[in-house]
Each structure stands twice: as C-alpha cells, then as structure tokens.
Design a protein around this ligand. Structure first.
Ligand code: SAM
Length: 432
C-alpha cells in the first residue's frame, strides 16, 4: 500500500518510518510512503505556502494552490485518483473503521495542515476529513502518523500473527479482554484461575464476558452502539451493572398536583388509565424501583387503586401477567413530600429529586451532568408533570432540573407517557 503525504515538514516522519514493525514493513515493501512538499509547487523566492486571511484576524492560512497542485501531482504520477484524506480537528473522529477502510485501498493521500488551517476551497477537493480527536495540534503530521500506524498494522504481513487483530479493542464494537503473562502472582495479584486451566471454551467465554463488561463499564458511548447477541446477554446475566443498579434505585413520580393549566392557574389534573399503564410498563422495562402517581384527591386515588387492583389481583392478573408485573410498581401518594419520605424510608437515603419540563430554562442540566453530580449510591426521583407543567416553586425546590426533550424544531409537545418513555430509554436503555 502506498501513502502520499502532503506536508511542509516531511522530516517529522523520519525515525517513525525506520523503527519497529513500521520500519520492517517499509523495508519489506509492504508499506510505501512518499512525501510531497507543497513548497515545491510555489513560484516565489521564499516558497510561500501561507497567506493572511481574508476578513482579517490573527494567524495565517494555507494557500490553496500549492496544496492542490501537490494533490494533482500525486494523481498525475499514479495515473489514477488516490483517496484524499485531509487531517483536521473539524473532521470525523478517527476510528478503527476508517483505518479498516483505508487499509483496503492501494493509494491514500494524507494532507497535513499547518498555521490556522486550510483555505476552505481545499476541502472541496478531498474525499474525507479526519480528526485525531477533540483537541488542536500544531499540524496534521502527528495525526497522519497515527493514521499511518493504525493502517499499517492491518496490512497483510505487517503483524506476525494476524489472529491477534481479531479480538482487539474496537473490533466488533468492543474493547479487548485483559491480558496476563508470567509470573502467576505479581505483588499479591494472581492471574485469574480460568486462564491457567487450559479449558479453551471456558477461556473463550471468560474473555468474551470481559470484553462486554469492559466496554459497558468504561465506554458507555461504544456500549450504546453495540448490539449484544443472545450469548452476550447470557454472559452478562448476574453481573453487577452500574446503570441497572441506578435504575434499581430510581423512582418516577407523575404529578397531578401542583401543576398549571393553560391559563397558568394552579390546578389538579385528572389521572388517566393510559398514564397509569404506560408509565408503569416503561418503569418495569427500564428496571425502575417504583412509580408514584401523585394526587391529593381521594376519589382519584381510589380510582387509581381500583385499576391497579384489577390488574394485580383481579381478573386482569390472570388475563395478562406481564401487566401485573408492571403495575406492581405503581403506588399512589398525596403529595411529592410523602413520595420523598417513602423513598427515604425504603432506601435509607433521601432521593435526589430531578424535575422535567418541556420549557428550556436557565440552570437546566443534561442527563450526563446530573449523573456527574449525583452522589454515589443516592436514590433518584424523576418527576414528571401533567397539565401545563410543574409549578415554579416545585421546580425551584428540586435538586436538579433536566433540559427538555427536543425534536429538530421548536415544537416539543409530547404526551407525558412519551416523554417518560424517551427519558427512561436515554437514562437506562441498552443503546441510544
Ligand atoms: C493549528 S491547527 C488549525 C486549527 C484550526 N484553526 C481550527 O480551529 O479548526 C493546524 C493544522 O493542524 C492539524 N490538526 C490540528 N489538530 C488536529 C486534530 N485534532 N486532528 C487532525 N488534524 C489536526 C490540521 O491539519 C490543521 O489544519
């Protein structure tokens, strides 16, 4: 495979291309790297490749012409168009799948920027823009090295034992399992027994479980994307899961009072059968500890209890057992304070209260931010409003307020059932 690197600093690559596996790959001709210096495509005495930005401002910009002539020179020599990749902090974050895609190509041109970056028109002439990560470096050469290194190890013959690539981190969406070598015990830390017994099937399943657990616990972003198979779900059974543990101490409260109506009057809204069922089913699906329906009206409380009774122990229970399981989570309360007290009695700690709203207000937090601020092991109470939303006093008294769920425009009038389900899926779902 051939890399064509457009850079004004080719010397940065020298020792890298002479060292270790990459050095061997270059010597063996498995990897060829040539450099094209945009300076050679300038006509002024100083071989200038940068210029001041139109519109003013600090810093210099890479001129389009020397870079584009360099790209054209590569293709002219090849008699074909090499894949052009621009290194830029504004590109897609470099991932294993990019490396795999590039490793399958005969020729790749990497364009390394310097100064404040490229004249924008250069971007129109490349096939992809890749970033080494969400930070800014002085030039594209170090990102090009990263890419080169990652691609080279995928080329046939570069790694002695290609099997070792199969279960590496980021293959199949998972991180790799832990490795151990001699000694059997190091500073009191033993090698896991399973690795010493030579049972290949047990070792395989142990390693698979470790890959799953590592990815789940260290990289929720990857885990959300990963689709576990049946064996994976079996391997995870009984393993402590921090997200499931949080769900297991999380409660939902649906407030029918104190809420506003459309005229901003303080009212008590009516309970609905659908809200009782659907939020109980969502609570059960995402592993919540309980679901409170809050109304001060005795007749409404009685109605909610009767509906529950029907599905838990009445005819409904034998008609649909799953519904009984969901409605078992439902309880009725007079007000939010009594919900907090009941959770505190049950959990031994006061729950952290989080209010939701369809309206954006200052101080609202993202789920990630609430999770960051949540004290270790604290129970959580997610509060949903009805009518035209929760009162300002109630919002102000909560520990945290969540930012609203949003579509792509200003309309976000979800039913409380939908909002609750979306919220729970984001907080506790296996993938987003
Ligand atoms: C100082 S940076 C320019 C950053 C640019 N002003 C911006 O804010 O997007 C100069 C060059 O370094 C390279 N570079 C810097 N950070 C990078 C990153 N995270 N990934 C890939 N290339 C990067 C790019 O080639 C870029 O054009």
């Amino acid at each position: 495979m051939r890399f064509h690197i457009v850079t004004i600093f080719p010397e940065i690559f020298d020792s890298f291309l002479r060292t270790s596996l990459i050095g061997k790959a270059v010597l063996a001709g498995l990897l060829q790297v040539e450099f094209i210096d945009p300076r050679s495509f300038t006509e002024d005495r100083h071989h200038t490749t940068d210029d001041t930005p139109y519109g003013g401002g600090d810093g210099m910009v890479m001129k389009p012409e020397p870079v584009v002539l360099a790209l054209e020179a590569v293709d002219g020599k090849l008699g074909a168009k090499a894949r052009r990749v621009l290194l830029s902090p504004q590109g897609q974050r470099l991932q294993q799948r990019h490396l795999e895609e590039l490793a399958a190509l005969p020729d790749v041109t990497l364009v390394c920027g310097r100064y404040e970056g490229f004249d924008e028109r250069i971007r129109t002439l490349v096939d992809a823009e890749l970033s080494a990560g969400d930070f800014v470096l002085n030039g594209g050469e170090v990102p090009a090295l990263l890419l080169l290194d990652g691609v080279a190890r995928l080329l046939p013959g570069v790694i002695g034992k290609p099997g070792s690539l199969e279960e590496e981190s980021h293959r199949g969406g998972l991180l790799e399992y832990p490795h151990y070598t001699r000694p059997r015990e190091f500073r009191g830390l033993p090698v896991p027994e399973v690795l010493l017994q030579g049972d290949h099937e047990q070792i395989r399943t142990w390693r698979r479980r470790q890959r799953l657990l590592r990815t789940r616990d260290r990289r929720p972003d990857l885990w959300h994307e990963f689709q576990p198979g049946d064996e994976d779900l079996r391997l995870l059974e009984g393993e402590p899961d921090p997200v499931a543990a949080l769900a297991g101490r999380t409660y939902l409260a649906l407030l029918h009072h104190p809420v506003f109506d459309r005229n901003h009057e303080l009212v008590t809204t009516a309970i609905t059968n659908l809200d009782l069922h659907d939020l109980a089913r969502s609570s059960r699906t995402y592993g919540l500890a309980g679901y409170y329906v809050v109304t001060p009206l005795r007749c409404q409380q009685d109605l909610a209890r009767r509906i529950c009774q029907h599905w838990r122990t009445g005819h409904g229970a034998s008609y649909n057992k799953r519904r009984a399981e969901a409605l078992a989570l439902l309880d009725v309360a007079d007000d939010l304070a009594s919900v907090v007290t009941r959770i505190e009695e049950r959990e031994g700690k006061r729950p952290v209260t989080v209010v939701t709203s369809a309206t954006a207000r200052p101080g609202q937090l993202s789920r990630q931010e609430v999770l960051r601020r949540l004290p270790e092991g604290a129970p959580l109470l997610l509060i949903l409003g009805t009518g035209w939303g929760l009162t300002e006093e109630l919002v102000a008294a909560a520990d945290f307020a969540l930012a609203p769920l949003r579509g792509r425009d200003a309309y976000n009038h979800l039913s409380v059932r939908s909002a609750g389900a979306i919220l729970l899926d984001r907080w506790f779902g296996l993938r987003e």
